[in-house]
Design a protein around this ligand. Sequence first.
Ligand code: FMN
Length: 214
Amino acid sequence: MSILFISGSPSHLPSRSGALADYGGSRVRAVSVTTERLSVLDIPADDLVNVRRQSEAAATLRQAVVRSDAIVIATPIYNASVPGGLKALLDLLPQRALHGKIVLPLASGGSAGHQLAIEYSLKPVLSALGGRHVLAGVFACEHDVEWRPDTPADPLLLEALTGRLDEATDLLLTLLGVPLVDRRSQPNGAALQGLPGASTSIPLRPSNRERCSA
Ligand SMILES: Cc1cc2nc3c(=O)[nH]c(=O)nc-3n(C[C@H](O)[C@H](O)[C@H](O)COP(=O)(O)O)c2cc1C
């Protein structure tokens, strides 16, 4: 069982949408599901801009999609849509590449006003690629994911956000037929750390600003 995580952030700084993917990745690896990760930054800009479907990078992407049972797409919102680089990456895939795949979109944006951008800008593209099992996405605002200045590689996720990420990834695992470990009695972080295969632990920040995490 394998889940491919695609990051659509072109940012070279620590990525908020990437932090959502990392959290989801930790959760699924905790139940022994294999993960692969591919970023828009892994594909040469020339291949993206010129839609070079014959390129090595496009072949690598295609093979990763074929190998996967499900795909998690984590993206920032740019100008009320997904970044052009992510759209260009998806344009490298053949028609119906997502047929039979379960897809979970994750997004981060500066404004809760754009949390529907996944619905109107990403989901139609996934549908055009044959995706018929696209789950409700999880959207995070800037303040839902923060970094301490001294540990920039170590994101802090708002608890309300991790709750929604847990629900979304658990649904994904259930649809894949993966038995879930009962983690309800423990705080998320502690549960993740206690499970075999949990490779990273992401500290949780107490909820004090929930406006983006309804
Ligand atoms: C060029 C650009 C355009 C953006 N446009 C929007 C927007 O329309 N709506 C929004 O909510 N956030 C917008 N943002 C903010 C990003 O979505 C937000 O910072 C996101 O968390 C970045 O994710 P990342 O760290 O994974 O790259 C924009 C950011 C950039 C750089």
